[in-house]
Design a binder for this molecule. Structure first.
Ligand SMILES: Cc1cc2nc3c(=O)[nH]c(=O)nc-3n(C[C@H](O)[C@H](O)[C@H](O)COP(=O)(O)OP(=O)(O)OC[C@H]3O[C@@H](n4cnc5c(N)ncnc54)[C@H](O)[C@@H]3O)c2cc1C
Length: 393
């Protein structure tokens, strides 16, 4: 059986790894002219790491990941510490190391791609239309190329062309806040593996050390959709100038042209994700706001479940439906909770912020780090390897 994957992001590359592992022939079409990810960091929790293990690339990704050794939560623009926890106790609870780690996105997709034959990755192919033809799926690209296969995996992100072709166009939902991200040298004041998450009035900040003495930082702020500044670094510095050290220094030491701004969007969970022999995965199926740092982890889990469903069924269409049935409740919970959590983190009224900080302080004292681990506890399970079991292959 031959599968076409559209999109060489985290989800598409992991699907290619999973499908090849169960013996399928795979080709990946990516619209960008080369392997490309935004030049920032990403956090991967134990659930995503476990899924990478199932795909056979866990060790390779751990090599480029800096595990968090300590998590500090602080309110009032980073000035009022609410909790500091060493991650070794969390690791014991999860029986997994690391419980959470950070890596550069380019190193994540580069490592995933390095475990695939370069001949199956085609760059500069933007999917334009999809046609379902009985047991085959045909795809046309904007460069005039056409291809068809037994299976189509739409892994082309939140504004998925595959999604629009299968289910009609629809706009993502704006969460009401925008996010600036950057990578800069790690100052001495941030120890290796020391993760900081801060809240303020209508704003959040994350300071996340990476390997090679780098830091990935992000800062969010309530704002109308679509806004842009001529100099985003100057703008974010201005907005966060009075936040606790070292945030302003981190912003200043990030090259101005490498400060990335993204409006935060998701989609209200909805299905189907499957039509005939075509299926959506990752952000194409279930984009989430990044408040739990789980969007990438969900895409990796999808790849394991998709390959497992295909490896245990003789009927690809039933396998895709089984995939959707297994993944929908999990991803819906993450999307809905991340949305609600994000809305609360972005509260900006004086009274609501005071109430949130009081409540979170109490909850952290009662419940400790349990909430942090809620979605990281999930274990996607193994992926059978070896010869394909499907009679069609
Ligand atoms: C500010 C921010 C912070 C985040 N932080 C985290 C985090 O810490 N941890 C985490 O796990 N997740 C995080 N996420 C979410 C995470 O980035 C996504 O969930 C993840 O990238 C989804 O992967 P994907 O492969 O499904 O989609 P994408 O990463 O969007 O990849 C889609 C790929 O398809 C390609 N493509 C698009 N259209 C076409 C087309 N028509 N034809 C061919 N190719 C196409 C694109 O070029 C791209 O390469 C964050 C997101 C944001 C916005």
């Amino acid at each position: 059986m031959r599968a076409i994957v559209v999109g060489a992001g985290i989800g598409g590359l992991c699907c290619a790894l999973g499908l090849r592992r169960i013996g399928l022939e795979v080709i990946v079409y990516e619209r960008a002219p080369e392997l490309r990810e935004v030049g920032t960091g990403i956090m991967l929790w134990a659930n995503g790491m476990r899924a990478l293990d199932a795909l056979g690339v866990g060790d390779a990704i751990r090599n480029v990941t800096l595990p968090a050794v300590q998590v500090t939560l602080a309110a009032r623009n980073g000035y009022r510490e609410q909790m500091t926890a060493a991650t070794d106790s969390l690791e014991k609870q999860l029986s997994y190391t690391p419980v959470v780690g950070f890596l550069h996105r380019a190193e994540l997709v580069g490592t995933l791609a390095a475990h695939l034959p370069s001949a199956i990755l085609r760059f500069g192919y933007e999917c334009e239309t999809v046609q379902l033809r009985g047991p085959r799926v045909a795809i046309c690209f904007t460069n005039g190329h056409t291809d068809e296969a037994d299976l189509l995996i739409g892994a082309d992100g939140i504004r998925s062309a595959v999604r629009a072709a299968l289910f009609g166009p629809s706009e993502p939902r704006y969460a009401g806040y925008t996010c600036w991200r950057g990578v800069c040298p790690r100052p001495a004041s941030v120890g290796p593996g020391e993760l900081h998450l801060w809240t303020g009035w209508g704003a959040q900040v994350g300071i996340n050390p990476l390997t090679e003495d780098r830091v990935y930082w992000f800062a969010t702020k309530n704002a109308p959709a679509g806004g842009r500044f001529a100099d985003e670094r100057a703008a974010v510095l201005d907005l966060f100038r009075d936040w606790a050290s070292p945030l302003p220094e981190l912003i200043v030491s990030t090259p101005a042209n490498q400060v990335i701004r993204s409006d935060i969007v998701d989609r209200l969970p909805s299905r189907p994700w499957v039509k005939g022999r075509a299926v959506l995965v990752g952000d194409a199926a279930h984009p989430t706001t990044p408040n739990f740092g789980q969007g990438g982890g969900m895409a990796i889990e999808d790849a394991v479940v998709l390959a497992r469903c295909l490896s245990t069924s003789d009927d690809p269409e039933s396998a895709l439906i089984a995939f959707e049935a297994e993944r929908y409740p999990r991803t819906t919970a993450v999307t809905n909770e991340a949305w609600r959590f994000g809305q609360m983190l972005q509260w900006q009224g004086g009274l609501s912020v005071w109430f949130r900080d009081l409540l979170s302080g109490v909850l952290l004292r009662i419940n400790g780090t349990n909430n942090l681990l809620k979605h990281a506890r999930y274990n996607v399970g193994p992926l059978p390897t070896g010869l394909p079991t499907n009679s069609e292959r």
